[in-house]
Structures are given as C-alpha cells and as structure tokens.
Design a protein around this ligand. Structure first.
Ligand code: PLP
Length: 426
C-alpha cells in the first residue's frame, strides 16, 4: 500500500484515526551519527557502571543472582504469534522486557541505571567509594543505608518509571517519592506503598506530575529528581540494550547484515525508553536495523513532535486529542525534547493504535504463546500489522525471508493475578 504523506498522517492524528507515518528525514547512520548528542563511548560508560554495581544489585535482589546482578530479559522466538499476524516469512521474536527483574518493565533499564549513577556520585563524594573500588566495596554500600536515608529521590510517572525508581531507591535506603499522574493504575500505587515509597497523586496528566515533582525536589537540596522529560542518564541506561541484544541474536543463530535486516517495534511514551534503545540498536547494527515506534491514537506525542518538526513545542492537545488512554505507560502528551531531537534522523517511522486493540492483542499473545504482558506493552503489535500493510512490498520475497522482526514487550511481570484475569476477560 502507498505510504501516507505527513499531511495525511497529521489529519489522521487529529481525527484520532490509526495511522502509519514514514519519517522522511531518516538518514544513513554514518551521516546521522556525528550530529547526535551521545556516542558509543557514552553507552560503554553506562554499561561499565551497571557492571560495577552488579554485586550490590545481587545483594539487594537475590532474584538477580543467577544473572550475576545483570538485569537483562530473554529474547523469545514466537512462531505461533507469527501466524496470528500473517507473517509467512522471516523470524519473529518477543523481547521480554516485560519480565525484567526488579521493576517488571523496560524501566528497569534506564530507571535503575539513573539511581545507581546518582548513588555512585554521592558515595564517591562521601568517600564510601573511590575510583577503582572493588566489587566488594560496591556490595558494601548495602551496609550504608543510613547514609543514603538522608537523601530523597523523586520522580514523576504514569506508573512503571515510578516502580523502577521507587523500588531501587527504597532498596538502597533513600526516601523515595513518586508523583503519579491520574492515568496511573491503582495496583502500581499499592505495590509502591508496600515497599515504603511515598506516592503523591495528581488529578492531572503526566506533565503536571513531573512539573510538581520537579518543583518540590528542586526546593530541597537533599533531593534528586529523575527527569523523564530530559534525562541523559535514563536514555543511556536504555541504550545499553543494543549490544546485549546483538549477543542474544548471535546466540540464537540470527544473522543481521545488509541482506538480513532486523526490524524492531517499540511502544513510546515520553520517548526515553524507545529512544535510548533505538540509539543503542543503531550503534550495534547501523543501517541494518530499522526501528518503528507505536503510540496510542489519543497520545501520539512523539509522532506529532517529529512529523510537525516542532518536537516538544507541541502537545497532543494542540491536535485536539485528550491524551487519555488505557495504555498508562504511554499516556504522555508532550515528548522529550532530548529524545525527539536524537530520533529525528534515526527513527524509520511510527504507528498509532486504538485502545480497543490493546486487550485483544494481549489475549492473542497469551493464547498463541502463553506469555502475559500489560496492555500498554501490547501497542507494539500494531507495528507488525502496519509493516505488513505498508512496508512489505518494499522488499523482495528473499529479503523478507531473511528478515528478523522483534516486537518489544515493555511491561507486565508485576501485574497482580486478579488484574491479569480482568484484562484477559475484557
Ligand atoms: C514507559 C513505558 C513505555 C515507553 O517508555 P517512554 O520512556 O515513556 O517512552 C512503554 N511501555 C511501557 C509498559 C512503559 O511503562
């Protein structure tokens, strides 16, 4: 099928109709890379920091012992799901960030990384760590919860970022405050409170929760704010996924090169997670990876930012949309400026999805593969549907047969049983 013009796409957006946008500004990675804010060395720095902290993570979260304190998710081939989406050719995998340790969502990458980075800074300043501290010295930070208890960590969240930051901060010893938007699910607030995290609720949307949290944190010299709308640390924590995925693909016998392309679909909220992952994937695979984001029809903040060229200067409300969606993790009205700028020449395109499909997609995945992920996360499957409809004919049968598609599952493991049952029966 013919691709839509940006004008047509924006008309679809205004009508809250599902649409598929091809980014006209995408560049070969070699051309785009020099203009990026971050480079390979920045990802390497984040990867090394996560390794330094692995002994401490193991100590606080015994569930990570088997993986030696490295938080990584399985890459599962899903042949039954392939049939559901009408893919006769190529291979289809689910990247199960839905099942990441500790936070049960993609936020376990960036969120936990940022808390650790802040922790390292405080510990270095206080002499609890030095440059070249041993793994034992990192693990011994667990004996200094009183030191960290003087400090606060705060974040604004629609749910999952709050869980990642809240759970990790509370484990290290910080006073943790999560400012939750109206979209946040009740069970996520309950779980956080059970971990000793203070949850502050707002009747307003995500931008408001961030604004309030930022103001309260900035007024307190002992407080650190994780700023999802502009955080470099979050972005780089997510980017570490790229090289790790490369290794997992190699282990599963998947070749990625010019004749064997990798196509990846990721749900997008403010942009940090999918943006950071895209940067990591581009560093790992260059032009051999093609990345699409998926957003809800009522909250396509990255799509309106990129397609209009206005980035974070426009909100979905400027397009007559409500910003309201059942996909709590994606309920964001204005995208991250940092990420939108970085994605301008990297992202291949975007799909939007109607809320009505989320539960159906969740049920289909469960039926086909026995895997449970949360509704927000199920936005990802719209990428497959749209690729089949709009992009398939750009490739020969042989190219399609050599292709690997990855749908990124971004959350779900911590959902309580009764919530899962409710969603499955919708
Ligand atoms: C946060 C989240 C995303 C998107 O991440 P952003 O950094 O907000 O773009 C996708 N899926 C789920 C389940 C999430 O919680």
């Amino acid at each position: 099928m013919n691709k839509k013009s940006t004008e047509t796409v924006l008309a679809d957006v205004r009508a809250a109709r599902e649409t598929f946008w091809v980014n006209p500004d995408v560049l070969p990675y070699e051309k785009a890379e020099p203009g990026l804010k971050f480079h390979k060395a920045d990802i390497e720095d984040a990867r090394a920091r996560l390794e330094r902290f692995a002994p401490l993570i193991m100590k606080h979260f015994p569930e990570t012992e088997e993986a030696k304190g490295i938080i990584e998710s399985p890459l599962k081939e899903t042949p039954e799901l392939k049939k559901v989406y009408g893919f006769p050719e190529g291979r289809l995998f689910l990247k199960c960030d839905s099942h990441l340790a500790i936070a049960g969502s993609v936020k376990a990458r960036g969120g936990i990384y940022e808390v650790l980075k802040h922790t390292e800074e405080l510990a270095l300043e206080a002499g609890l760590l030095k440059e070249n501290s041993t793994p034992e010295e990192y693990a011994a930070l667990a004996d200094h919860r009183d030191f960290f208890a003087q400090y606060k960590v705060q974040v604004g969240s629609t749910g999952n970022l709050g869980m990642s930051i809240g759970i990790m901060s509370a484990a290290i010893g910080y006073q943790a405050f999560v400012h939750m938007s109206a979209d946040a699910k009740e069970w996520k607030k309950k779980l956080l409170r059970s971990k000793g995290v203070t949850v502050i609720e707002y009747a307003d949307d995500y931008s408001k929760a961030v604004e309030e949290g930022r103001a309260q944190s900035d007024a307190d010299p002992m407080s650190y704010f994780v700023d999802d709308e502009s955080s470099s640390a979050l972005y780089l924590g997510y980017a570490v996924a790229g090289e790790r995925l490369k290794k997992q693909l190699t282990d599963q016998g998947v070749t990625v090169d010019a004749a064997h392309k990798l196509v990846v679909y990721i749900p997008c909220g403010v942009g940090g997670a999918p943006g950071g992952i895209t940067f990591g994937l581009k560093e790992a695979f260059g032009d051999n990876v093609i990345v699409y984001f998926v957003e809800p029809v009522q909250a396509p903040c990255m799509l309106v930012g990129l397609a209009s060229g206005e980035l974070d200067k426009v909100s979905v409300k400027d397009f007559g949309l409500t910003g309201l969606t059942d996909a709590d993790g994606l309920a964001v009205g204005r995208c991250s400026k940092l990420v939108a700028k970085e994605m301008t020449h990297l992202l291949a395109g975007e799909s939007t999805v109607d809320d009505s499909k989320l539960y159906k997609n969740m049920q289909q995945l469960y039926k086909a593969e026995g895997i449970i992920i949360e509704p927000s996360s199920c936005a990802t499957f719209q990428g497959l549907i749209d690729w089949n409809e709009y992009c398939k004919d750009d490739f020969s049968a042989e190219e399609r047969a050599n292709m690997t598609h990855i749908v990124w599952a971004t959350g779900g493991r911590l959902m309580p049983k009764e919530i899962v049952e409710e969603y499955l029966s919708k």
